[in-house]
Design a protein. Structure first.
Length: 403
């Protein structure tokens, strides 16, 4: 079982939103996932519509032994949320565990001991940490093999991240087992200059630690939390859903071949082959590689496969026109609507190229065009095109310039 702690000294709902939706998307990808709430605020239960007054056994009871020394099995605290997705909730009573530290000789190991009893039942455990470094966070980090630090793309978050990394490094130096650190850019708003600059600064300062995926600002994530639903249930067609699925797949692929199911590898290979075929019809993206030594290229890594997929999805100029390509898992139909067809989606259906991918080739004259995707009747901006602008309805239009 891979155990991932989600820690951020700012705390708040942003951290919990990451924990909930990451766990939900790991479960959607077929991984048995346990979300453990180590925050006394109990936001995980709140964000998943688990009423606190009905929680009879919480993670507090698991960490605090009874007077006779008997332990409470963590299985008694678990609530099933969806298929493959369980929650071990907390309540405000968990705050009482902090003052007990001095009287407990094994206080730092109690969560790890509890999780070891269910390690065979789950592929992933995601731990939502409290917003400060204390007894509960020490328990979470002691149990974890990895830690994700969500960082909002704002100036003060950079300062907080540096302090967070210093604290985690001091804890890591006292551990026998390694603790991998992953920085996740969160609430990224491509429309703002500050957001773009902060993301670039994060990559410059913390490049080796940065997750390839970043989470765009998306109101659907907050709406889902307010309705007690992960994004997988609330709006599986949203940008927020796409971002968290990509994050889940990045984590799965980083676990090595044993973590990647055969079907997913086969699908990735098919998409990579499709990308190569489509790239052959576009302006060469790898022209600088023509002088490489002859011979068999090394097998592509999951990151390289994902990079190829990212490069082909979106919008590209070709000799025959402008090529629009998108992925829409589970969609029945996808159409294009823009100022090139009077915003009439019926005028431009996209052709299905495989189970999840759709494309359309349009002979557009030079100019600047706004467009949106219409997936099973739902209007969305293109998730693979970061060139966007606001429209009069408070949403985003994707933009393409033809030269």
């Amino acid at each position: 079982m891979r155990t991932i702690a989600v820690a951020n000294q700012k705390g708040g709902c942003g951290k919990t939103t990451v924990s909930i939706n990451l766990a939900a998307c790991l479960a959607r990808e077929g991984r048995r996932t346990l979300l453990v709430d180590m925050d006394p605020q109990g936001h995980c239960a709140l964000g998943l519509a688990v009423p606190e007054d009905q929680i009879e056994v919480s993670i507090y009871d698991v960490l605090v032994y009874r007077n006779n020394g008997d332990r409470v099995d963590i299985g008694r605290s678990i609530w099933q949320i969806t298929a493959n997705f369980d929650l071990a909730p907390s309540t405000t009573k968990l705050a009482e565990f902090e003052p007990m530290q001095q009287s407990l000789s094994d206080w730092e190991e109690r969560l790890a001991d509890a999780l070891s009893t269910v390690a065979g039942k789950y592929d992933f455990a995601v731990i939502d940490c409290p917003p400060h470094i204390g007894t509960l966070t020490h328990n979470a980090l002691y149990a974890a093999s990895e830690v994700i630090i969500p960082v909002d793309t704002g100036y003060f978050s950079l300062q907080g991240l540096s302090k967070q990394l210093e604290t985690i490094e001091s804890l890591r130096s006292r551990r026998d087992n390694p603790l991998d650190v992953r920085v996740l850019a969160n609430l990224y708003d491509v429309r703002t200059k500050l957001g773009r600059e902060i993301l670039n600064e994060l990559k410059r300062k913390f490049g080796p630690l940065m997750s390839h995926t970043f989470i765009n600002f998306n109101t659907k994530l907050r709406e889902g939390a307010s309705f007690g639903q992960p994004i997988t249930e609330y709006d599986p067609g949203s940008m927020g859903f796409r971002d968290f699925v990509r994050l889940a797949r990045e984590l799965i692929s980083s676990g090595g071949p044993d973590m990647v199911p055969t079907t997913l590898l086969r699908q990735a290979d098919e998409l990579a082959e499709q990308a190569e075929r489509l790239l052959a019809t576009t302006k060469p993206l790898f022209a600088n590689n023509k002088n490489l030594d002859e011979g068999e290229p090394p097998p592509a890594t999951p990151e390289e496969i994902q990079q190829k997929i990212d490069e082909i999805y979106g919008v590209h100029a070709t000799n025959d026109g402008v090529l629009f390509v998108t992925d829409a898992p589970g969609a029945g139909s996808v159409h294009l609507a823009g100022d090139f067809n009077n915003w009439s989606p019926e005028a431009t259906p996209m052709m299905r190229t495989n189970e999840n991918a759709f494309k359309a080739l349009l002979p557009l004259a030079p100019g600047r065009y706004c467009y949106r995707l219409v997936v099973d009747g739902q209007w969305l901006n293109d998730p693979h095109n970061n060139y966007v602008e606001s429209n009069p309805f408070g949403e985003l239009n994707s933009v393409v310039e033809v030269h």
